[in-house]
Design a protein. Structure first.
Length: 425
């Protein structure tokens, strides 16, 4: 009965058109009424406590770092380095897009922001070179979802807070899966590029690459600063976010000189608006998470999954399929916040490594950004490319399939995540 109240309140509020954050609050109120302990003071207190969390301070800083990076010319120089490195091969701009998505993802950690930045730079170039625009858009969209998996991923920060896990360990465990996602896209693009009738890229020139590396060295150093600083314990993820902001600010103002002081207030306002949406969503979700625990919904979910508890691989298959289904209807962040308090007790009782599960869970939710009808990243790419959403959906399918196959490969062989994670730690 409690699960029914939870689902009816949540899905009913969403069906009425309420924003996800308010739907979560309505769900919390419904659970409190059902349990007979409705109290507005407790509701308000838990809402405030939801965002009174030190690791969550990383979210607005990483958001601001991404804005400063794009305005300061760091993203453009990363694309230039990638083009000089692999732009000469057949279908070279596709490999440029994949490499650029991977590097940019390791700086800002936002799938939407990273996808928009890379798409704005590369889609006009790919269109002029004769590439199939819907397929190119699908490739960049699939590259954009690497950002939630690799550090400094904003969804991993939120998941770590909700699951009470080490964000540093989650960050480091996401490095190798993110690289594998890029390689899976490169292989799929290699198959697709055979059908592309495009103008050949300019021949490889070591001098062009040297100039691009010299010009982009400050942009390329930033991912190493963030990841290396966390690995060696120099700073926490939250402090890494502040370092990223200061670094991007100084590079944009004084090194590349493309960032103007008058732009900074506007960029801070944009980052603040985006961050406030995420933070309010987290606060509302943690109210529901507290009530989910009080209502003992996790034990009821565990009972439903009891037939699969003795087989970790089968249990992971079932959970991943469940998350895929939910991800088609909900955006990444709400799915993470709603399912984390329900699934984590199940994972711990089954003896599955919670860090491994966290990376898998975020990867699955990131894939949901490519699946209609929500498909946030698809909508962003379609808007930037000025292409029909239906065409972009057709173009993304080969890459979506590649990422999904890779995810289930990780289910079958958890060591592909856990072993490299132990190396990085």
């Amino acid at each position: 009965m409690t699960i029914a109240v939870f689902l009816i309140a949540l899905l009913g509020s969403m069906a009425l058109g309420m924003p996800i954050a308010f739907s979560l609050l309505a769900c919390g109120v419904a659970l409190m009424v059902h349990l007979g302990n409705f109290d507005t003071q407790i509701l308000a207190q838990n809402l405030l406590e939801g965002v009174n969390n030190y690791p969550l301070m990383a979210v607005p800083f990483f958001m601001l770092a991404g804005e400063l990076m794009n305005a300061g010319g760091l993203s453009r120089r990363i694309v230039s380095v990638a083009e000089a490195l692999v732009g000469h091969v057949r279908g070279g701009l596709g490999y440029v897009a994949i490499l650029a998505c991977l590097i940019v993802a390791s700086i800002s950690g936002s799938a939407v922001a990273d996808t928009a930045a890379v798409a704005a730079l590369l889609i006009p170039m790919m269109r002029n070179a004769g590439y199939n625009v819907p397929r190119a858009s699908g490739l960049i969209a699939a590259g954009g979802i690497i950002a939630p998996v690799v550090p400094p991923s904003i969804p991993i920060v939120v998941f770590g807070v909700a699951a009470q896990l080490s964000i540093t360990k989650l960050f480091l465990a996401g490095i190798f899966p993110g690289i594998m996602m890029a390689l899976a896209l490169a292989f799929t693009w290699w198959l697709c590029a055979k059908k592309e009738n495009v103008a050949p890229g300019r021949p490889f020139d070591a001098r062009v690459l040297a100039r691009a590396l010299y010009d982009g060295v400050w942009a390329l150093i930033l991912p190493g600063v963030i990841i290396g600083g966390m690995k060696f314990g120099i700073f926490t993820p939250t402090e890494a976010a502040v370092v990223a902001v200061v670094y991007a600010l100084l590079a944009g103002l004084f090194v590349y000189r493309e960032l103007k002081p008058r732009q900074i207030p506007h960029l801070m306002l944009v980052a603040a608006k985006t961050s406030s949406t995420v933070m309010f969503l987290v606060a509302a979700a943690l109210v529901s998470a507290w009530l989910i625990t009080i209502a003992d919904i996790p034990s009821q979910a565990t009972a439903l999954l009891q037939p699969f508890m003795d087989n970790k691989v089968l249990l992971m298959f079932v959970i991943m399929i469940l998350v895929i289904v939910v991800g088609t209807a909900l955006d990444l962040m709400p799915t993470v916040l709603i399912l984390t308090p329900i699934l984590m007790p199940v994972i711990k009782q089954a003896g599955i490594d919670p860090i491994y599960f966290g990376v898998m869970f975020i990867m699955n939710n990131a894939i949901g950004l490519l699946t209609p009808p929500v498909g946030t990243v698809l909508n962003v790419v379609a808007g930037v490319a000025k292409a029909r959403l239906d065409d972009v959906i057709k173009g993304v399918w080969p890459f979506l399939l590649a990422q999904t196959i890779l995810m289930f490969l990780f289910v079958l062989f958890p060591q592909l995540i856990t072993v490299p994670a132990s190396w990085f730690r």
